[in-house]
Design a protein around this ligand. Structure first.
Ligand code: DQA
Length: 147
């Protein structure tokens, strides 16, 4: 059986999870989130490629690579959610199912966080569920992709 892989993509400043504004983002580290996602995905028969970058172009390149190497994308675009047409267009270009995750409830925060360019491309959006949101995203994609 060929391996099926999800791309888990995290944007700028998420490498600092655990110590970054824990009152907003919690105390779970990115490494812990990546390990949990891999575990939940494995139970669903899926591998995970985890990429974090603080650079927009690197995120775009990772999305392009996923076109032929992955079957779905979980993305927390972080601040680029609110600014990046390039990331939204890249997601649009690859034609894979997309789950958008935000640890915090962006709709309950500052006005500029209420709009995400990625949401128009995403098949599902979860915001405010903390690290559990990533697990929900895996479950959604596993269900969407089927056995
Ligand atoms: C975030 C919300 C964004 O507004 C913010 O810029 C982030 C993280 C979240 O996970 O809640 O960096 O995407």
């Amino acid at each position: 059986m060929t391996e099926r892989r999800l791309l888990l993509l995290n944007g700028p400043n998420l490498n600092l999870l655990g110590t970054r504004q824990p009152e907003v983002y919690g105390s779970t580290t990115l490494a812990e989130i990546e390990a949990k996602v891999a575990e939940v995905a494995k139970d669903a028969g899926l591998q995970v490629r985890a990429v974090q970058s603080n650079h927009e172009g690197v995120l775009v390149d990772a999305i392009h690579a996923a076109r032929t190497e992955c079957v779905g994308i979980i993305i927390n675009p972080a601040a680029y959610s609110h600014t990046s047409v390039a990331i939204a267009d890249a997601l649009r270009s690859v034609g894979l199912p997309v789950a958008e995750v935000h640890l915090s409830n962006i709709h309950a925060r500052e006005e500029f966080r209420h709009h995400s360019y990625v949401s128009a491309v995403a098949d599902m959006v979860v915001a405010g569920a903390g690290p559990l949101g990533y697990e929900m995203a895996v479950q959604f994609l596993a269900d969407r992709l089927g056995p």
